[in-house]
Design a protein. Structure first.
Length: 339
């Protein structure tokens, strides 16, 4: 079962549709939209010349994203990920370069953070998270202990032969890294086409490069966590260039069971849904895939652990936490230049 994280970015992509004194002399962007990975993608580019058309770019982009989906989607019957998940232990499966890059970064982040675990699907299933993402079962401590012994990125072996697992039944899910990788893949494709001013968004996460006309930066806004239900309000605007951005949080998904409040976020170290005051995490990183994974991992950590990890690894991180006095914010030293 895939973990689901709502996109918490309000895209304030200003000055793209004529909202800044549109001038016929200003170049207009190529706008490309489509569907991928169970969500949508939106791309805006400013080519230096008009040798490439939106239709030509869309065909290339769709081909690239179809390849990523064919590799990593659990909904594609013969995908690489499904073939690996069905594989017996100690058998190496040759894998594509796309799959290798995502699994390598997922393993690295898993070992570094201890809170991002791409093998924890069976643990999520144990809690009974169904299609509506609502927990229906409360596992016993014995069940949790037994399950935790059967998951973990340390049970994956990646080498020149391919990928293997050390125990039967181990499965992987890249719901916290594949989307970001798709963004990076599209960004690389645009660069190969000589395009250096662009915004790529898939499912609420982005990568930005260069600028808009007149050297104006891309403007992206973080959503206000305590906005009334059904409304989206801006918490803070960021003026960005040449960076990936991902935001994760749990303030809109929580349930009560047996008199306790549970979120959809599970800590692989305890096997339990997290209970803390951290409601929104924004990460800036050159790689959208890494930003994607880190946003999830830091959300599971909670405020104090996330602060410590961000400072230890010099990460550009912005946190929003609940408190009796209202929302509190924290910007790491690496994030402050973007405020």
């Amino acid at each position: 079962m895939r973990r689901v994280f709502l996109p918490l970015l309000v895209l304030v992509i200003l000055c793209v549709t004529g909202c800044e004194q549109a001038s016929s002399e200003l170049p207009q962007p190529l706008v490309i939209n489509g569907k991928t990975m169970g969500t949508t993608y939106n791309i805006k580019v400013y080519p230096q010349d008009r040798q490439v058309t939106a239709e030509q770019l869309k065909n290339q982009i769709d081909d690239a994203l179809i390849a990523v989906n064919q590799s990593m989607s659990p909904w594609v019957k013969d995908s690489e990920i499904n073939r690996f998940n069905a594989l017996a232990h100690n058998q190496f499966m040759p894998i594509s370069e796309d799959f290798r890059l995502v699994v390598a970064e997922s393993i690295r982040l898993g070992k570094s953070t201890q809170t991002l675990d791409v093998t924890m699907g069976p643990l999520i299933d144990l809690w009974g998270f169904g299609p509506d993402k609502r927990p229906t079962n409360r596992p016993t401590q014995a069940q949790l202990d037994e399950m935790r012994s059967r998951i973990g990125v340390d049970k994956l072996i990646l080498n020149e032969q391919g990928l293997a697992k050390t125990i039967d039944g181990l499965e992987v899910s890249f719901s916290s890294t594949a989307k970001g990788y798709g963004i990076d893949k599209v960004a690389s494709l645009l660069e190969q086409n000589g395009i250096h001013n662009y915004m790529v968004e898939i499912g609420g996460e982005l990568r930005l490069s260069g600028s808009k006309p007149n050297d104006k930066p891309w403007i992206i806004a973080i959503e206000q966590p305590d906005a009334p239900m059904g409304q989206r309000q801006v918490h803070k605007e960021l003026k960005l260039r040449d960076i990936g951005i991902a935001t994760s949080g749990d303030y809109r998904i929580f349930y009560e069971m047996d008199g306790e409040i549970f979120t959809h976020l599970i800590d692989p170290a305890t096997g339990m849904p997290v209970k803390h005051d951290l409601v929104s995490v924004t990460v800036l990183h050159p790689s959208a895939m890494t930003a994607d994974g880190l946003a999830t991992a830091l959300t599971v950590m909670g405020t104090e652990r996330a602060k410590a990890y961000a400072e230890q690894h010099n990460l550009a991180v912005y946190l929003i936490s609940k408190s009796p006095e209202g929302l509190k914010t924290y910007a790491s030293e690496a994030f402050k230049p973007y405020l």
